[in-house]
Design a protein around this ligand. Sequence first.
Ligand code: ZN
Length: 207
Amino acid sequence: MESPTAIPEAVTDLRDLIVQPPRLRTNFDSVLFTRAHPIDDAALSDPILGALCGMLRRHLVQDTNAVGLAAPQLGYPLRVIAVRPNARAGVTVVVNPRVIATTADVATEWEQCLSCPGARVQVERARHIQVEAAESTREGYTATRVVTEYSGFLARVIQHEVDHLDGVTLLVRAGAEGVKAAQRTITWAAEQTEGARVFLEQMEQRA
Ligand SMILES: [Zn+2]
């Protein structure tokens, strides 16, 4: 697996990465600790990307209380997120999001995550952000970059989901509390050991 600090190359062939059915990844699944790949301009019009966006949208709507989901949470290390401002609102799918500006104005609020069941963590986030992403059109996404401003709760949701794209889960944001949660929930199943190792490395770097 790739270390979270490695600079990922843009993915040109989505078939390589979307080879298994989506499954909600939780706790120490290594994909949650991987830095996700941007989607190359040439792949933005690929119908497979459309399918992935539809998949994220459906999974988010299925979970009546959820407001955000990132592609790595379904097992795909790609920079695509689905968000909505509340559990009844329509879903927006954002491809290749990049937070390009944040205000110094911050707020600390409780957050939860589908991938960290049972964890409830206070996280400081900027109240206002500017996000650059691939332009969304009726036909799909294009190489044109658009900048959108977000405030309040939706700005928080987007920052949480972009954390997922950078391999940072709520347990990492939780600091010492995250380690305690880890000790309670960790299962050293073979496929999860790599994620657990990266998690503990991230915690050491932050200590
Ligand atoms: Zn999450």
